[in-house]
Design a protein around this ligand. Structure first.
Ligand SMILES: C[S@@+](CC[C@H](N)C(=O)[O-])C[C@H]1O[C@@H](n2cnc3c(N)ncnc32)[C@H](O)[C@@H]1O
Length: 242
């Protein structure tokens, strides 16, 4: 990610946006429903960048609460501008089912309680292609174990990347943890499902250059897995009856 030039008033601007931006996310651990004022499911994008994906998702799915997190305040600022733009452009106006939080994923268990999240999106996470940097990949078991603690019984992780190295590593990492995966795509934009999904900034750039986008969904919660198996069984029965 190209470093954004730091503006001197960023913290001040973000403090003003306290209905949207959370600068001290530890205070909401176990209490995110108070931030949103309801107990709708919570979906979190880890490393939201400039925030196009999380803003569009929140505008499209009003019964889900979305939290975009990033460790750079300049990106949280950019994401807040994107949210306002998507919601109608009026300053201070944004979807009330969206929160943007300044967080370092290394410490994710300090910001969320066990079972507080229903879905995690990992979109175009830094691939850290060198083998000696593998521990920094956000799908390394040292991160993934934390995600499993925070996700609830309906929990899922949705991963999209342009990096074959990261994708291969992630599939192995999830498989080693005994997790079930579905909808694995090695060239997402050749699949029908792509037209239903919101694109991220990085995805627009890479797909526009003709690069393959890899995607998969990981079922982490017992209910998510049971529902998946039920649907599979139904599909097999329907096909047999055709
Ligand atoms: C390559 S960008 C992808 C941005 C966006 N998801 C997209 O698809 O357009 C990765 C993002 O992850 C953020 N990031 C990387 N490591 C992080 C960490 N430990 N905690 C929080 N954010 C992190 C970076 O700041 C960057 O914005």
């Amino acid at each position: 990610m190209t470093r954004l030039r730091r503006k001197s008033d960023t913290k001040e601007v973000l403090r003003e946006l306290d209905a949207l931006v959370v600068l001290d996310p530890k205070t909401y651990k176990g209490r995110w429903k108070e931030f949103f004022g309801n107990d709708h499911p919570i979906h979190v994008e880890l490393g939201m960048g400039k925030g196009k994906f999380i803003s569009e998702m929140s505008a499209r799915n009003r019964n889900i609460n979305f939290i975009g997190i990033d460790m750079y305040d300049e990106l949280v600022r950019k994401a807040s501008e994107k949210a306002v733009e998507i919601w109608g452009g009026k300053h201070g106006s944004h979807p009330d089912n969206l929160g943007l939080a300044l967080c370092n994923i290394e410490y994710i268990t300090e910001y969320f309680s066990e079972g507080e999240i229903e879905r995690i999106y990992l979109n175009f996470s830094d691939p850290w292609p060198k083998k000696r940097h593998a521990r920094r990949r956000l799908t390394h078991p040292r991160f993934a174990q934390n995600y499993l603690r925070l996700l609830n019984e309906k929990g899922e992780i949705h991963l999209k990347t342009d990096s074959l190295t990261l994708f291969e590593f992630s599939l192995n990492s999830f498989a080693d943890m005994g997790l079930r995966m579905r909808n694995i795509a090695l060239d997402l934009h050749q699949h029908e499902i792509a037209s239903e999904l919101v694109m991220t900034e990085y995805e627009q750039k890479f797909a526009g250059q003709g690069m393959n986008i890899y995607r998969c969904e990981v079922l982490t919660g017992e209910t998510a897995l049971a529902e998946h198996l039920r649907r599979l069984k139904q599909r097999v029965e329907d096909e047999a009856n055709e």
